[in-house]
Design a protein around this ligand. Structure first.
Ligand code: MOS
Length: 702
């Protein structure tokens, strides 16, 4: 009964399409009252006073919480990811500066609109480009796991001595995640115990953060989150709205619901920071890379709010066999909120620069871009000289190229036309590291042939419920329909944040191990089913638990997923209008758990990449620091008409070194390289090299 790999329908699909799946803001908590956030309207400075008289006189108002009367929180550890009404400083436009609580949402909203704030205004730094010279080295790059800079060989002299060179800067903009479900929290205090229904990618970290801020035991914080309407990274940290909801509930002594507005999603929960990346690459005349230097600058908030670095150089270190490589990461402080992880952090932005520069070198060498990449194929991980646990990138290249028809590409730019339409073909490599963290699972199998599996993980809409049910079904020999899989409750055994594409690799092995523990308890002989064995032992149920964690494989192997992205663009020769007309992505994501949810992830990731290539950009007013397109009408994302036929290919790979399930992670991989593939296709169509995204008509008409 092999369920793993089958493209079965989502086990929670019916609940979702019938509206029965309950999201954070939808829980019916008796007596709940409503909170709204008030945000700063200046970019930098301090609050000098509030006029609350009119707001306080409004019907239904229960409390107005400002830095002047907010309960003090126990801020022991930085970052707290944004100010929490603990002082009057203003670090960015849109910072939460007050919370209004009222009986109804409408009353809270109306009262909030009457609050008057006096400020001392400072001049905000709104553009990182203007202050690039003040860049600084991150203190805590990758949470201290490695230094911000790395080097092998002597890239500078290799560059100076080389004949074929690219020396260029690439720019990626601020992007916002905009999941369909905005952040929301319902908080209720029962004495000193806190319950929150909150939209999060990490119930354990929410539990930890809230316990620490309110100075209570972790066991006294109960986090509930059975469904998440998308995260993409913006629900990874526990951002201020969750904390402020709990604070408001404490102040009014009633359960409080706080759902942020779409506009507030632009300043409440991070964003993908703008990057400026300076690349200096060189090759010898045969087309072997001899030097790669990648200096990355990413936008930061004021340092007082914490630290986040966009790790743009990670793929540059490991993707190609090149003896001389240097990578640096720097931060540039501005008056913006704190940036954060966004789908394929580092890799998505970094690979736009890396894979554009690789294309530019291929052009300079007059070599086919795919052939150039194959010539520099890294047979083993070149930075630390370790073998890859597995790497089927060669197969991704060949199967992707075959499906796309790459061999029919003409080399010269502007050489493929269809009447007045310029046609361009571009490609890029994708990669994403395979992560795994410890996870624990509880399984209970009943004599009636059903199994209950519980783990404190999350399902962001990616299919966790479904694939974990498949894993349990296979291990227990019980049909998928008889597996009841529960997640999203901090009372369940501990699992890591759903980020870094690591949920299957982390939680899957724990599910497998807990099921094995159940079987071991009954000393199952292979012939008998678990219900039969339970009956034989006269038992009503049997339970098994597991705590699964990575071994020392990371010491010996480099573990990465790979992919090859191929784009066709059609560009109106007079108007510059760009259409992506075909896209093929071929991926080595290890062993795939569910062919249908995997394909959905791959297509979704490519669409996300198309957004980066052509549409997505957050615009900041230079004077006030205010985000001017804080809505999904003017923050452009791909709609159906922007998305062509997308062909996805899963290259088989059964390697089991990375983890016992062989899953390499599939959520982030498919968006890496898409923007470069499109930019490279735009160059091939037009002969214009655009070194920034999103690529706009005006970039082609210059
Ligand atoms: Mo993801 S950006 O690691 O949630």
């Amino acid at each position: 009964m092999a369920n793993i790999g089958q493209g079965i329908d989502r086990v929670d699909g019916r609940l979702k399409v019938t509206g029965q799946a309950r999201y954070a803001a939808e829980f019916a908590v008796p007596g709940v009252v409503h909170a709204v956030l008030v945000n700063s309207t200046i970019g930098a400075g301090a609050i000098t006073g509030f006029d609350l008289t009119a707001a306080q006189a409004m019907p239904g108002v229960l409390a107005i919480i400002t830095p002047d009367n907010a309960p003090k929180l126990q801020i022991k550890q930085q970052p707290v990811h944004a100010p929490l009404l603990q002082d009057r400083d203003v670090h960015f436009n849109g910072q939460h500066i007050a919370v209004v609580v009222a009986d109804t949402l409408e009353q809270a909203d109306a009262a909030a609109s009457l609050i008057r704030v006096r400020y001392r205004r400072d001049e905000p730094v709104t553009s990182m480009d203007a202050v690039l010279g003040r860049a600084y080295t991150p203190k805590n790059f990758r949470n201290g796991a490695r230094p911000a800079d790395s080097r092998r060989g002597d890239p500078d002299s290799a560059f100076d001595n080389a004949t074929v060179k690219v020396d260029a800067s690439y720019i990626t903009p601020i992007e916002h995640h905009n999941p369909m479900e905005p952040h929301a929290t319902i908080a209720r205090w029962d004495g000193n115990r806190l319950t929150v229904w909150t939209a999060t990618q990490g119930i354990s970290s929410a539990q930890q953060t809230l316990a620490s801020l309110f100075g209570i035991d972790q066991a006294d914080v109960h986090v509930i989150c059975p469904y998440v309407g998308g995260g993409f990274g913006c629900k990874g940290n526990t951002w201020p709205p969750a904390t402020l909801a709990a604070m408001a509930a404490k102040v009014v002594g009633k359960p409080v619901k706080l759902a942020v507005t779409r506009a507030q999603m632009f300043t409440s929960n991070g964003y993908r920071p703008r990057t400026v990346q300076k690349l200096r690459f060189a090759a010898d005349e045969q087309g072997h890379l001899v030097s790669m230097r990648h200096d990355g600058f990413s936008q930061m908030s004021q340092p007082a709010l914490g630290e986040f670095s966009e790790p743009v150089g990670l793929a540059t270190e490991m993707l190609y066999a090149c003896p001389n490589v240097a990578v640096t990461h720097r931060l540039v402080a501005t008056h913006a909120s704190l940036p954060t992880y966004m789908r394929a952090p580092g890799l998505a932005s970094g690979n736009f620069a890396l894979e554009s520069a690789i294309d530019e070198l291929a052009v300079a060498l007059r070599q086919d871009p795919l052939e150039f990449r194959l010539r520099n194929y890294a047979e083993q991980e070149p930075h630390q000289n370790r073998p890859f646990a597995s790497k089927a990138l060669r197969e991704c290249y060949s199967q992707g190229a075959e499906a796309f028809g790459w061999s029919r590409r003409s080399h010269e730019p502007r050489s493929m036309r269809d009447g007045n339409v310029l046609i361009g073909w571009g490609m890029a490599t994708s990669t994403y590291p395979t992560h795994r963290m410890p996870a624990a699972v509880r399984v209970r199998v009943g004599a009636n042939g059903t199994a209950l599996v519980q783990v404190g993980t999350q399902d962001l809409g990616t299919g966790t419920y479904t694939v974990m049910s498949q894993i349990a079904a296979d291990e227990l020999g019980i049909p998928v329909e008889r597996i009841q899989f529960e997640l999203g409750d901090s009372a369940f055994p501990h699992a890591p944040v759903s980020g870094g594409s690591m949920t299957v690799a982390s939680v899957g092995p724990a599910v497998k191990a807990a099921c094995e523990a159940v079987r071991a308890k009954l000393q199952a002989d292979p012939g008998a089913s678990l219900p039969e064995l339970l009956a034989r032992h006269n038992m009503e149920f049997v339970e098994g638990t597991s705590e699964a964690k990575p071994g020392d494989e990371e010491k010996h192997y480099a573990m990465h997923a790979f992919g090859a992205q191929f784009a066709e663009v059609r560009i109106d020769a007079d108007l510059g209008e760009i259409r992506v007309s075909r896209f093929v992505g071929a991926f080595d994501a290890g062993r795939v758990m569910n062919a249908k949810t995997a394909r959905s992830q791959l297509i979704g990731g490519i669409v996300y990449g198309l957004g980066m290539a052509l549409l997505e950009e957050t615009h900041v007013d230079g004077e006030s620091g205010r985000i001017v397109n804080a809505n999904i009408a003017e923050y452009l994302v791909p709609v159906n008409a922007d998305v062509p036929d997308i062909q996805t290919i899963i290259v088989p790979n059964d390697e089991l070194i990375s983890n016992p399930l062989g899953a390499k992670g599939i959520g982030e991989l498919p968006m890496v390289g898409v923007a470069a593939a499109v930019a490279n296709a735009v160059y091939h169509a037009t002969g214009v090299r655009v070194r920034k995204v999103p690529i706009r008509i005006e970039d082609l008409l210059a």
